[in-house]
Design a protein around this ligand. Sequence first.
Ligand code: AMP
Ligand code: MG
Length: 415
Amino acid sequence: MSLPPPLKNDCFALPPGHHWTPVDEALEALRTALTPIVGTETLPIFRALGRVLAADVTAQRANPPYANSAVDGYAVRAADWPGAGPFTVPLVPGRSAAGAPFLGDIPPGHAVRILTGAMVPAGVDTVLLQEDTSANATEIAFHGPLKPGANIRKAGEDLTKGASALPKGARLRPQDLALLAAIGVSQVTVHTPLRIGVLSTGDEVVNASDPAQPHQIYDANRPMLLAQIAAWGFQPVDLGLVPDNRAALAARLNQGAQQADMILTSGGASAGDEDHVSALLDQTGSLNLWRIAMKPGRPLALGLWEGTPIFGLPGNPVAAFVCAHIFAKPAARALSGEGWQLDQGFTVPAAFTKKMKAGRREYLRARLNADGGAEVFASEGSGRISGLSWATGLVDLPEGERLVQPGDPVRFLPF
Ligand code: AMP
Ligand code: MG
C-alpha cells in the first residue's frame, strides 16, 4: 500500500484582496490545494463497488472477443446470394450455439443454423433472422436482398484489446463492474475509502437519544452530516459530541485524526469566546477562517489537525448542510482520488420572486414543481430545518443586485 504526500500547512489559504471571498474563488483554492490523501489496494471486482480507481484500466480482451450472432437464425455468405431472390439454400448439419461453436466447413452456397451469442463460423458473414426465413430439417428459403454483415456483432466493436476502458478517478458503479468483467479485468487497483469523521460541538447540544433540559437542543448536525457523507460514497466515522471545552475538543480531534482522513466539525467555528474549533486550529498555525460571500454561511474554519484536514462548519444546521454540500463534498472527492468535480446543476425556470442584494451568492432551499419550475421554501430563516427537509435541491443565485421573477432561468442543484 502506497502512502500519498501530506497536505501543506497553508493549503487552505485564500487569495488575498477580498473582504468576503466569492464562492468560486474559494472552490478554486480548494481545487489547487487538495490532492489525494488515501492509499491504494487491489480488490476483486466483486468487492470494488463504490471504490475509486487509482489507475487507468485498459481492456485485457476485446469486447466482444469474437464475432457472434445478435439473433437466432441462419448464417450464410452474403456474396453467394446477390439480388432479391427468393432463394432456397441447403443447411449443413449441426449448428453454432453460444458456448458450442460450429467447427466444420461450410461449403459455398450453404447455410448453418446459428443461435444468439454463438461464434460466427468461418466461411459465413451474415445472419438471417429466423423470422425472415422458412425452414425444414435440410434447407431454408428466404428473400433478398441481403445486407452483408447483418445481425453480427463484430469482434471488438465495443472495445478493442488495449483500448482504454475506465479512467483513474472513476468511482465504480454496477455497470462499470460489468465492463471490467467483460474485458477480462477481475481485480482493480483502487483507493482506500476516504474516512470522514463528524464531530458536533456546543454546551447546549445533546444527543437526540438523551433527555434535553429546557436550555438544550438536540444534535441535528451529526446524523445529517454522517448521512451526507455516506450518500456521497465516503466512509462516515462518528466522532460524537463534545462540549465547548478546549481540552476535551483537542482530545477528540486527536482521536479523530487517528480514525479519519478528514474531519467535519459543526459549531464553534467563528471567532467568539466559545468558538474553540477555530481557536484550536489557530494554535496549529494552519487556521484559515473563510468568510465566503454566500448565504447561508458564516465563517468556515479550515485547517489541519495532526495533518488531518478539518472543515469547521457553522453550527446552524441549514448553514452546515449547505456548506458541506458546496465545499466539503468536492473537497472530499479531491482527497479521495476522484479528482476535482463539482455537482452538475441544470437550468430551470424560477417559480418564485426574489429580490437579490449585492455582494452575496445565495443558495435557496428548493424543489421542482410539476412543470419543472423551481419553487423555494417560504422562509429563508436559517434555523428552519423543515425547509431543508422539504427541499430536493438548492437554487444557486449568483452574486448581483437584481429581481428574480417567475420564468427567469435559474440553476438548480439537486441533492
Ligand atoms: P455556533 O456555530 O456554535 O455558534 O452555533 C450556531 C447555532 O447552531 C446555534 O444556535 C447552535 O445552538 C446551533 N447548533 C450548533 N450545533 C448544533 C447541532 N449539532 N445541532 C443543531 N444545532 C446546532
Ligand atoms: Mg456553539
